[in-house]
Design a protein around this ligand. Structure first.
Ligand code: CDP
Ligand code: MG
Length: 792
């Protein structure tokens, strides 16, 4: 506490000097930059540039004191009782044996690649080793370590764990930052964040000023952001010779990454796992007297003709697995393809339990958006005699470790987005996993004792799996990425992407660039337009960003905030699979025959807000098949987006005008169209049904859960849609019907349209809105424009 007082006194002194130097301190040091992400701007004043020798001498003293203080705190914790038992646990992890090797490699090389089985201590230990060694060397106050995670949930979970291992609360020396949410303080020296957050920081801080170590975790997953980040960091390293970069991976293909960074040293952490017995489908088929028909082609599996046999076999298999599980304790981890499957299976298992007494079974679902209370249950050991069963997506493959798993059931598939560049259509299909994933899944069973893994497919199918999954960069649309490349001023998009670990097809790149031109984010020379600059600062897909911006300009913000939040969280309308019809007609009530899923969402949300005021929110949701959690998430996201829009100056602080036209349904449709264009299909009303066509796909379908899905007639010529997905045929997700005039005025990059005089004039106005200080000048023009729309 003596030190603390001294530090406080020095700080007060520093602030006083700073104020006299710069006149307007502290607001200047804390003011937000034009960035929409506060990452770089609230780092605290240690990062402020300071040319005054007197103040920098004080700074140094403060930092020295602070470092000593951190060292004392750390030592005190490690000597305490709790600290000692925590240290004992940490020393038992395989990573501990490599601690010195790791630290030496890091001090002698700019880039180090570390691999080791999941659970060996890469994520929780390695960043901590660095932090501790910096603190021990009395550099605690000057080090700044960033460790990226591909998913929000792991960034939060890991930071909480590491803070607990250091005997601290989150937000002290360890913190986290994920999109629109974070916990860190002025003294946070180790920050876990999502890869996207670090990329956005690079927008405003190209050299990562003040950062001493960057750790990119889970690189084996080959997510798009991670691949992108690696290109940027590779460029940055020569500019920042002191910066240290570590790449961490759960699998052994470290060579790929090492050679990408000019032969960076690789360190493997040998892990100990218990043996896991493999059971393939044929094992049980033989056991039950079936003979496996030869699977010459992988496609045969699951096809109609073998389906009956499969089903019989699986039924037997199910009971065999159940009796094997009953023989000994241990948690069961089931890998499923996605959120819908997990929910369906969960309901099924609750209705007819496989494992005897249901009160002795703790059935949990594990997915990216679960609540943190649920999350805790997954890691905790259940009470004695209670069987924990976790139904998970591939999230549980590497980024989350559940210690007490003994049985793994692997369905062999994962829902994977892929991208059909030829048709410019994203697909979301359950696809076979890779051998690396299958091995990972199996490995989850052998953490505490020998385990069993049941693969629900034959060995020959396993043999035909690819070794590794295709990198995301090669299988998703690249629009947001291209926008980021330009806003980071990284030069030509194709040239930049050609330097990736594996470069995407040039057709995919061209499609993305073309899209950004069509929506008006790029000009003809592939440079950012003013709209493009605004879009790159909003942490949402370009189409949603454009909708927000237009909602703000046209003063109908409230419904647009709801729609954009809904589209970026998930659909709040639930369709339990045994009550599908009831749920769909409940949704239809929100439509009021205006042929729009988006407007139905707005009504459902507003109804919920109303009901909440009378404390009847739950009843309302129950009656209308709505998810309370999702509506709450939408509610909080709405607030965050509003904050961002105020921050960028698109909405004035008092929000005087931004909802003036919120009740004008036509204008809201127009803004939806502005965002979703060119996602558009034509409507042809036939005698008893409608037929929908898009330019690229020809005939397309609507999901039956869409309010337009059951209509026999839609009195509008066009539908704008949020997303199309190729399942068997192409399906449109969430659509809104629009008129010709809306399409004409709001579809596409009006600026380039050149369709007629109107359009040119309108284009000129929009450009004007985007390029000037928006607050005052657009109002008069907007009235004219609105008249234009309303008389159509
Ligand atoms: O990153 P890696 O998969 O190598 O392992 P980790 O996430 O650092 O976890 C190392 C060990 O810490 C695990 O084996 C768990 O025993 C423990 N751990 C925990 O108890 N609770 C957590 N939330 C995370 C990790
Ligand atoms: Mg990890």
């Amino acid at each position: 506490s003596g030190l603390q007082r001294e530090v406080d006194a020095l700080l007060a002194d520093y602030l006083a000097r700073k104020r006299t130097n710069s006149g307007n301190f502290p607001s200047a040091a804390f003011s937000r930059s034009s960035s929409t992400d506060s990452f770089a701007t609230d780092e605290g004043f240690f990062d402020q540039q300071d040319n005054q020798t007197s103040t920098s001498a004080v700074m140094e003293r403060i930092q020295r004191r602070k470092s000593l203080q951190l060292r004392n705190q750390q030592a005190a914790w490690q000597e305490s009782n709790d600290g000692q038992s925590m240290m004992e646990f940490r020393r038992s992890l395989p990573a501990y044996k490599e601690k010195q090797t790791l630290l030496e490699a890091i001090s002698q090389n700019q880039v180090v690649v570390v691999s080791g089985e999941t659970g060996c201590g890469k994520t929780t230990q390695l960043p901590q080793y660095i932090l501790e060694s910096e603190i021990d060397a009395a550099r605690g106050a000057t080090c700044s370590i960033i460790c990226t995670q591909p998913r929000r949930i792991s960034a939060i979970a890991v930071s909480e764990r590491v803070a607990a291992e250091r005997g601290e609360k989150i937000g002290e020396s360890v913190g986290y930052k994920v999109r629109l949410e974070g916990m860190r303080g002025r003294d946070t020296r180790l920050l876990f964040c999502t890869t996207g957050v670090l990329l956005r920081r690079l927008l405003v801080d190209r050299n990562l000023k003040g950062v001493t170590h960057v750790i990119v975790d889970e690189i084996h997953e080959r997510g798009m952001n991670e691949d992108f980040l690696l290109i940027v960091l590779k460029d940055l390293l020569p500019r920042r010779p002191e910066l240290r970069l570590m790449l961490m991976s759960a699998t052994l293909n470290a060579e790929l990454f090492s050679s990408y960074f000019g032969g960076a040293p690789m360190i493997h952490i040998p892990g100990f796992t218990y043996p896991v017995r493999n059971h393939f489908l044929e094992d049980i088929l033989e056991f039950t007297g079936h003979r496996l028909t030869p699977y010459n082609q992988i496609d045969d599996y699951g096809q109609e003709k073998s389906w009956k046999m499969q089903k019989q076999a699986l039924r037997k298999r199910k009971s065999q697995i159940a009796s094997a599980v009953e023989e000994r304790p241990g948690a069961v981890l089931v890998f499923m393809t996605g959120w819908d499957d997990i929910n369906a299976l969960k309901e099924q298992l609750q209705a007819n339990p496989l494992l005897g007494d249901p009160s002795k079974v703790l059935l949990l679902a594990c997915h990216g958006s679960m609540a943190s209370s649920e999350q805790k249950l997954i890691f905790d050991k259940p009470e004695p005699g209670v069987r924990k069963i976790v139904l998970a997506t591939n999230l549980a493959e590497t980024s989350i470790t559940i210690n007490d798993v003994v049985f793994v059931v692997d369905c062999g598939k994962a829902k994977e987005t892929s991208y059909d560049a030829l048709n410019n259509t994203p697909c979301l299909l359950p696809t076979w996993i890779s051998k690396a994933s299958a091995r990972q899944r199996r490995g989850r069973a052998g953490r505490v004792q020998p385990g069993e893994c049941y693969h629900l497919y034959p060995r020959c199918v396993y043999d035909s799996f690819a070794d590794y999954q295709l990198p995301e960069l090669l299988r998703t649309p690249l629009q947001s990425l291209c926008l980021q490349i330009k806003s980071l001023r990284l030069g030509s998009i194709s040239e930049f992407l050609s330097r990736a670990l594996q470069s995407p097809e040039s057709l995919s790149v061209q499609n993305a660039i073309e899209y950004l031109k069509v929506i008006g984010a790029f000009d003809q020379n592939e440079e950012l337009t003013v709209l493009g600059k605004h879009l790159s600062m909003l942490p949402v897909e370009p189409k949603l960003g454009k909708m927000l911006i237009f909602g703000a300009i046209f003063n109908c913000l409230d419904p647009i905030l709801t729609i954009v939040s809904g589209l970026s969280v998930r659909d709040p309308f639930l369709t339990p699979f045994d009550k599908k019809d009831l749920a769909e007609s409940a949704k239809l009530q929100f439509s009021c025959r205006d042929y729009s899923d988006h407007l139905a969402l707005v009504r459902a949300y507003e109804g919920w807000r109303e009901a909440e005021r009378d404390r009847a929110g739950y009843d309302y949701c129950w009656k209308n098949f709505l998810s309370v959690q999702t509506l709450k998430a939408i509610d909080s996201l709405r607030r965050q987006f509003l904050f961002l829009l105020k921050d960028t100056g698109l909405v004035d602080e008092n929000m005087t005008l931004c909802n003036k036209w919120s009740r004008d349904e036509n204008l809201v449709r127009a803004v939806i169209c502005a965002g979703l264009y060119p996602g558009i299909s034509s409507i042809v009303n036939k005698e008893k049904s409608i037929s929908l066509k898009t330019m690229e796909d020809g005939q397309v379908m609507l999901y039956s859960s869409s309010v337009n899905g059951k209509e026999a007639k839609i009195p509008f010529p066009w539908l704008v849609f949020n997303e199309k997905v190729k399942v068997n045929s192409v399906f449109l997700r969430d659509s809104t019907a629009i008129s010709d005039s809306i399409l004409l005025l709001f579809g596409g990059n009006i600026k380039q349209g050149g369709l007629d005089g109107h359009l040119k004039m309108l284009g000129g106005y929009l450009e004007f809105f985007m390029s000037r200080d928006l607050a005052s000048t657009y109002l008069s023009l907007k009235n004219e424009l609105e008249n234009l729309i309303h008389c159509k």
